[in-house]
Ligand binder design. Structure first.
Ligand SMILES: [Zn+2]
Ligand SMILES: [Zn+2]
Length: 247
C-alpha cells in the first residue's frame, strides 16, 4: 500500500450501502459488500406474478400508475421492507449523499432501462430526466433529495439533461403513514408543477425517476402534470418496486 492509498483510507469511510460493513480498500468503487451484492442479484430475478418475467425485465405498472399516461415502469429489483438489499441501500442513500451508492443504483436503473422497446424512437436531445420530489421535511432534514440525486447520477452517466418539473406543495401530508385509499386522496394535494413546466416538458420524452414505487400514486400524480404540459413519451423508472405476493 502506498502512502497516498494509506491516507486515502481516512478521507472517507467505505461502507457497504446495504449492511454497513467496512469494504476492503480494493473494493472502494463498489457500493455493496459481496454478501449484499449476491442478495441484490437475487432480488433482481424475482418473478412478476402478472407477466411472469424477472423483475429486472418486467415493465408492469401498479394499478394507480396504469392509465396515468405513462408507458411503463422499469425497476431494477423487487422491494420488500424486511432487510432487503434494495431497502437498505435506498435508506442508506436517503441519509447519506453518497456518490458511490447513487452511481451504483443509477447504473442498475440504466441497465433495465436500456432494454426498453421505445428507446429506438426517442432522441437523447429531445428527452429529459426528471424525478418524483421528496417531501420538504425530508429535504430539510437530510439536506438533499435522494430521488433528485438518482436522477442526476443517471443524467451524468447518459448526458441526458436532468430537470425539475414537479415540486412538493407546502404543508403536504406525508404519504407513508397513510393507507392506499387515503394516499389516493392525499396525493392530489402533495405536488404542484413548477412555474415553467410547459417550457421544460412540452414535446419532450420523459424518464421519470423515483427510488421506491409502492402504490404508484405519487408517480401517477407527477405523470398527470407532465401529460398536462404536453410531454411526449413518459417512461417511469425506479430502483425498486413492491410486488404483491402470488396468492
Ligand atoms: Zn453488505
Ligand atoms: Zn410484470
Amino acid at each position: 500500500m502506498t502512502l497516498s492509498e494509506f491516507f486515502g483510507r481516512f478521507l472517507f469511510v467505505r461502507k457497504c450501502a446495504a449492511c454497513g460493513e467496512l469494504l476492503p480498500y480494493e473494493k472502494e468503487r463498489e457500493a455493496f459488500c459481496d454478501t449484499c451484492r449476491a442478495k441484490w442479484d437475487i432480488e433482481k430475478t424475482f418473478e412478476c406474478g402478472v407477466c411472469g418475467k424477472a423483475v429486472c425485465e418486467c415493465i408492469c405498472m401498479p394499478r394507480e400508475l396504469s392509465g396515468s399516461g405513462a408507458l411503463c415502469l422499469h425497476k431494477a429489483v423487487k422491494y420488500s421492507a424486511d432487510n432487503s438489499s434494495a431497502h437498505n441501500a435506498v435508506m442508506f442513500l436517503k441519509r447519506n449523499k453518497n456518490p458511490r451508492t447513487a452511481g451504483f443504483l443509477a447504473a442498475q436503473m440504466l441497465s433495465v432501462l436500456s432494454a426498453d422497446k421505445e428507446l429506438p424512437t426517442m432522441e437523447p436531445e429531445n428527452t429529459i430526466i426528471t424525478f418524483v420530489p421528496r417531501s420538504r421535511n425530508a429535504v430539510l432534514r437530510y439536506g438533499f433529495d435522494q430521488a433528485r440525486l438518482l436522477a442526476e447520477a443517471l443524467s451524468e452517466r447518459t448526458g441526458i439533461a436532468c430537470e425539475e418539473t414537479v415540486r412538493r406543495r407546502r404543508n403536504g401530508r406525508e404519504q407513508k403513514k397513510l393507507n392506499a385509499a387515503q394516499r389516493k386522496r392525499n396525493v392530489k394535494h402533495l405536488f404542484e408543477p413548477i412555474a415553467n413546466i410547459d417550457e421544460a416538458v412540452s414535446g419532450k420524452n420523459i424518464i421519470l425517476i423515483d427510488d421506491i414505487v409502492t402504490t404508484g400514486a405519487s408517480m401517477a400524480a407527477c405523470v398527470s402534470y407532465l401529460v398536462r404540459a404536453r410531454a411526449g413519451k413518459i417512461i417511469c423508472l425506479s430502483v425498486a418496486a413492491v410486488y404483491k405476493d402470488k396468492s
